[in-house]
Ligand binder design. Sequence first.
Ligand code: FE2
Ligand code: FE2
Length: 291
Amino acid sequence: MAPHSRPTSFWLRLLKQRRERMYDDKLDLSRPVTWASEEERQAAIAFFNAAFRAEESGLRQAHEIAGDVESWDPELAETLRLYGDEEGWHRELLTEFLGWLGGDVRPMGPTTTTFYKLYARAKRPETIVLVNLMFETIGSTTYRLALRTAKPHPTIRQMLTILTRDESFHVPLNVHFLRRMMERRRSSAVDGARLRAVYHALSLALAASAAASRRRAKAFDHIPFRTLARAYVEQLGRLFVHADDLGFVPSRALLAAFGLRRRDLDGHDDIISVEAAERAADRKNVVVEAL
Ligand SMILES: [Fe+2]
Ligand SMILES: [Fe+2]
């Protein structure tokens, strides 16, 4: 087992513990919002629609992979199912929340459609888990930034806080999934080069996707393109600094495009450590900080 990793039983125990409290969180929808403009409200609906699609995709992929994994690791399969259930719960909260915004679940825009179409073509579980992990990372990064810059309404903050808190637990959890999938693949001699290519291509594509999301959601979250894209590059780079056994190293060129160097990623903000996951596991103890 890699140095900072934990067995599946550890993650399963945390997820079971989380499940006990999951439905205690209720959104307080009693206070209406006063929007600065209709444009701001539409941008909020677009922002949370993107979140909804990410939840839906996480839920579906986790449950699908669980079916495949069942035959060789039933404990890992159960862990994947409980994780998918958390995303399903987020999807329910977001449905309720979108209704409160006076919006609903909308068809995806062209950029999002392209992403999910490509993603749907991924067949191997380790590719699916890697892509999902990268989506979780940019999701939690966006929510944390938005906590500081979006409208300071208590219900909006509550929604963003729940998402930030849970996604920051999902990131190290997905690193565990990826590690288990890669260990299994290694024994069947599949090359890591292909996975690394996915990592690099997707890091670039996600940084670029910040431009599309700015057109749709910026009037709500007020995050400038460069701030968002740089945060994506930084967090996607940081992701594997503490899991270097997996062999993903961020591109120097991409980092440099945002004024970052590899050594900038070494800092103490360790988003995937087991310790961070343990802190995030008990929802009541989590202090969510804006980025
Ligand atoms: Fe989620
Ligand atoms: Fe998640």
